[in-house]
Write a protein that binds this ligand. Structure first.
Ligand code: SAM
Length: 290
């Protein structure tokens, strides 16, 4: 039996936490999504078929989790706040066979679950602003790649994920995400849809796995090393960034400069001008026989 709680009511949330002797923590980015239409929209995006295995990061007291369970998902939830965990386990989803709670910091707990259960079908979450980008980057770096990821994020983080080349937001994080996923913003959510309202705007991003990654598994490691170097300091040129990063240690200065020249990419180019075709071309010249 799934909990019937007024997730839209700040009073109900405050009373619940007060009665249980808990408070909200700024440290953990605790802002509850009190708009039922926004929760429904997110849940609809997450669940496209019955019985989906979902990881939810930061369930709070279960506002989105309820919607997922009502759509027959099998939910593994990662929550750091021990008070919220008690509410989730002992009240909200007591006896619910499709709900599995992992208590603790998701950044420390998720890998064990990944090794035990494998990749879920979907990962979602109204991610705390301070851990959002770190968490997504970890999933991508360790190749935990579900078919779909749906995140509610601080607008700046969402914009960086979905940025286009040439934009100031085009970054190594954008490229990391776009190797394996097509990223798009589904909607924005006003701060008034949260309780308490945060000082930042939020967006929901949807990441759909590509049939083929843009970079093959054999090239991935060196490609990402090169991309980290290229984007290390935005004001520096391509040449100077490459000469002060890890790539030069692998190849030597003369060799690197020669290969950069051969690639035909102007060595005074700035990183944000380089889209995937340029970066792939550069990688081919820098790291492979051609
Ligand atoms: N999902 C709920 C909602 O939409 O109303 C709560 C979202 S609130 C923005 C973020 C949630 O993530 C909080 O419950 C917070 O305790 C939890 N959280 C913060 N840092 C975390 C971490 N490192 N690992 C797991 N959960 C975390």
């Amino acid at each position: 039996m799934i909990w019937d709680f007024s997730y839209d009511s700040p009073n109900a949330i405050t009373n619940l936490l007060q009665e249980r002797g808990f408070s909200m923590s700024k440290k953990f980015g605790q802002n509850f999504l009190i708009s039922s239409s926004a929760r429904k929209r997110i849940a609809d995006a997450v669940i496209s078929k019955q019985g989906v295995r979902v990881w939810e990061v930061g369930p709070g007291i279960g506002a989105l989790t309820v919607q997922l369970l009502n759509r027959s998902a099998n939910v593994t939830a990662f929550e750091i706040d021990h008070g919220f965990c008690r509410i989730l386990r002992n009240e909200a989803f007591i006896g619910e066979p499709n709900f599995n709670l992992i208590e603790g910091d998701v950044l420390k707990t998720w890998e064990k679950v990944f090794h035990q259960q494998g990749t879920p079908d979907v990962i979602c979450g109204n991610l705390p602003y301070n851990v959002g980008s770190v968490c997504i980057a970890k999933f991508l770096e360790k190749q935990c790649l579900p078919q779909l990821m749906v995140y509610t994020l601080q607008k700046e983080v969402a914009d960086r994920l979905s940025a286009s080349e040439g934009s100031k937001l085009w970054s190594s994080f954008t490229i990391l995400a776009n190797i394996d996923y097509k990223v798009r913003t589904v909607c924005s959510i006003s701060s008034q849809s949260f309780y308490p309202p945060p000082n930042v705007d939020s967006s929901v991003v949807m990441m759909e796995k590509r049939v083929q990654p843009l970079v093959g598994p054999d090239e991935r490691r060196t490609f990402l090393t090169m991309v980290d170097d290229v984007f290390a300091q935005r004001r520096k040129t391509l040449r100077n960034n490459l000469l002060s990063g890890k790539t030069v240690n692998l190849l030597g200065k003369e060799n690197l400069l020669e290969r950069l020249e051969l690639s035909g990419i102007p060595n005074n180019e700035r990183a944000e001008q380089l889209g995937f075709p340029d970066l792939l071309l550069l990688h081919r010249y820098v790291f492979q026989e051609h």
